[in-house]
Design a protein around this ligand. Structure first.
Ligand code: HEM
Length: 122
């Protein structure tokens, strides 16, 4: 249940994030702001569902450290998306944040899908 909420939430975040960037590049600041507000609400959903998944690792799981690291990488990815959204709005350079976003998302994917056992199986 939480896994599906988590995946839905971050998949939606990627879509909303791309829309914000495109609207900002087109100079449509007002539209970008509205989508950015929805994106921020969706961040909360990611944090909530991720936090619930993470809670299962506390209490003696040998993979607790990796799960915590996965959560930190996820927060890093959210932070990078937020910074890029803000900076494209202000027409400031975003290259270093794009690099960080790619690294953070790769880490979350490798740890989330590849390493941690939760997965889509019930
Ligand atoms: C944009 C941000 C994020 C992305 C792209 C992301 C991606 C993923 C992916 C791909 C999985 C694997 C799903 C599966 O097992 O089927 C996952 C699971 C998980 N995520 Fe995230 N996540 C993000 C944010 C977060 C945050 C902020 C936290 C913690 C507060 C978090 C904690 C977890 C935990 C604990 C799991 C469970 C791993 C398992 O048991 O297999 N994630 N996430």
């Amino acid at each position: 249940m939480n896994t599906h909420l988590h995946i839905t939430a971050w998949a939606l975040a990627f879509i909303l994030f791309i829309i914000v960037v495109i609207l900002n590049k087109q100079g449509k600041a007002k539209g970008a702001k509205i989508v950015q507000m929805i994106l921020r609400l969706d961040y909360l959903l990611i944090l909530y569902s991720g936090g619930a998944l993470l809670a299962k690792y506390f209490g003696g799981s040998p993979m607790m450290g990796e799960a915590i690291f996965k959560g930190l990488a996820g927060i890093w990815a959210i932070f990078a998306m937020e910074m890029i959204s803000l900076k494209t709005g202000r027409e400031e350079p975003t290259k270093s944040w794009w690099i960080q976003l790619v690294i953070a998302v790769l880490l979350t994917m490798v740890l989330g899908f590849g390493r941690l056992p939760g997965g889509l199986l019930p």
